[in-house]
Design a protein around this ligand. Structure first.
Ligand code: ZN
Length: 501
């Protein structure tokens, strides 16, 4: 018996328990915790996070990782354990290089900056937030410099969210996409917009929740391995393979918002629920590749959910739950859920203009990290780029640079992964249709479970065993390209809006 391996497995189990508690505390904080309990909750969260950080940087842990990486030990480990040891040793060494004092002051600066951002967004005043953003930018640079002293900081950040893609590839595919999207968007803009007035009205919240449950069940969410709740912004959280939770936010006047959030978060959750249980307790059950995760939520939400064929088998059921839909012809509904139109807010954007929102953020992040552009120039740069890409200009910073929270807490390098996810989807769709035939036929015949099963079989069950680039290679037999996504957009919107592709 390998004694170090057993010790290591026990140690990981302990770390997982801390993680379990923290995840639950955060879940509860975002869904249920009352205002007056928040301070005590934050204290508990602080305690468990500090303990978790201590465990993940303890000498004892490092020694086990180093011992297991020696060839005579390493070669006896199974594949999942080999990947685990390699990945955790890399993380251990990265975190070990960060001085404890710096780690705490960085955490504090981020918390202050988040609060300042919230206030600044509320009053649409960037100047309040600017000094905090400046500090977070410089500390983030320092933080990643500790982690990887010899690498370009922005490259390290990109790698934290989507391992192994890198800015050279992103530059290439984003440019390719931009070039194809701008003329397509022009054609869409020149066509008449769908009439959304048929959807106006108030929709009962309780019934909207029943629609959510119906949709989750329809796409393959396992209710015995998950739970649902409400929160300000919808999200998914994984406690373990058998417990993956989703939240939603219901609006009386906008039933589509909760419907598509349910499908989106459901996609994330199905991924988490479908990881091979044999990977439990290893690094493979944790999928930190945000682009790959996002590709699964968006596949359900956009590639499947915004098709007439997706709704055909369940449209009558939707009308039973929300009677207003009985009066809306299916064709009107399908145009309404594919209303493409430039708008200022990323989270409310359609699937086409969404891509340009991300390209804008990516270009700005490069300006921040590579060209060291002064923070006070950012709002103007944001607005100029908005005009260049989408032809509209924010009237104030709340509609512009202050709209997202990501930069306030140092999550630079995160945005590109959203768009990478959509590009993977274009490629997955191609591979799926090649193997199983027309997605529309499968959906129309009510066989959506076959698509879910295909995604599970080819992507989900592996967890994070493969990087995204490797998944693309295995599933699609090719490298990342913007063409399949462009092809999907062009074909779909030419048909819907009636212009020449
Ligand atoms: Zn998502």
């Amino acid at each position: 018996m390998n004694e170090t391996l057993n010790q290591f497995k026990d140690y990981l189990k302990t770390m997982r328990r801390y993680d379990h508690v923290l995840t639950l505390l955060f879940w509860d904080l975002s869904t249920q915790a009352p205002e007056k309990g928040v301070e005590t909750r934050m204290d508990a969260i602080n305690y468990f996070s500090t303990e978790e950080f201590r465990l993940s940087t303890a000498d004892e842990y490092g020694q086990m990782l180093k011992k297991l990486s020696e060839p005579e030990q390493f070669d006896t480990l199974d594949e999942a354990m080999q990947i685990t040891v390699k990945r955790y040793l890399r993380d251990y060494e990265r975190y070990k290089r960060i001085p404890q004092d710096f780690y705490s002051s960085y955490a504090e600066a981020k918390t202050r900056s988040e609060r300042a951002w919230e206030k600044a967004k509320h009053s649409a005043d960037f100047t309040e937030f600017a000094p905090h953003l400046e500090k977070v930018i410089s500390m983030t640079k320092e933080y990643v410099h500790y982690m990887e002293p010899d690498q370009d900081p922005y490259e390290v950040l990109l790698d934290l969210y989507e391992e192994g893609i890198g800015s050279a590839t992103i530059d290439c595919v984003f440019d390719e996409l931009k070039e194809g999207l701008l003329p397509l968007l022009q054609k869409i803009e020149d066509s008449p917009r769908p009439d959304l007035s048929a959807l106006e009205g108030t929709y009962d919240i309780q019934s909207q929740k029943e629609v959510q449950d119906m949709l989750l069940d329809y796409i393959g969410f396992d209710a015995d391995a998950g739970a649902t709740a409400e929160s300000e912004h919808p999200f998914t959280t994984d406690l373990c393979i058998g417990d993956v939770r989703v939240t939603n936010h219901f609006k009386e006047e906008d039933p589509l918002s909760a419907m598509f959030s349910a499908i989106h978060e459901g996609g994330h959750a199905i991924f988490g629920q479908s990881i091979d249980p044999a990977y439990e307790g290893t690094a493979l059950e944790q999928v930190n590749m945000m682009g790959l995760h996002e590709s699964q939520s968006r596949f359900f939400e956009n590639i499947l959910g915004r098709r007439a064929s997706f709704w055909k088998p369940i449209y009558a059921k939707l009308g039973e739950l929300l009677p207003q839909f009985q009066k809306i012809p299916q064709e009107t509904f399908c145009h309404a859920i594919n209303d493409v139109h430039p708008s200022l807010i990323r989270t409310e954007a359609d699937e086409v203009t969404y891509c340009l929102h991300i390209i804008l953020r990516y270009e700005l992040e490069k300006a921040i990290f590579r060209d060291n552009i002064p923070v006070n120039d950012l709002p103007q740069l944001w607005n100029d780029k908005m005009e260049e890409l989408l032809g509209i200009r924010p009237e104030n910073d709340a509609e512009g640079i202050l709209q997202d929270m990501h930069w306030s807490d140092g999550s630079f390098g995160y945005f590109p992964s959203y768009l990478l996810g959509s590009m993977y989807d274009g490629m997955f769709l191609e591979a799926l249709e090649k193997e199983k035939g027309s997605v529309d036929t499968i959906l129309e015949e009510g066989r959506i479970q076959e698509i879910t099963a295909w995604l599970k079989e080819n992507i989900h069950r592996y967890g994070s065993r493969y990087t995204s680039a490797e998944v693309l290679e295995h599933v699609c037999g090719q490298k990342l390209s913007a063409q399949p996504l462009l092809h999907y957009f062009t074909e779909k919107y030419a048909r819907l809006y009636g212009f020449e592709a």
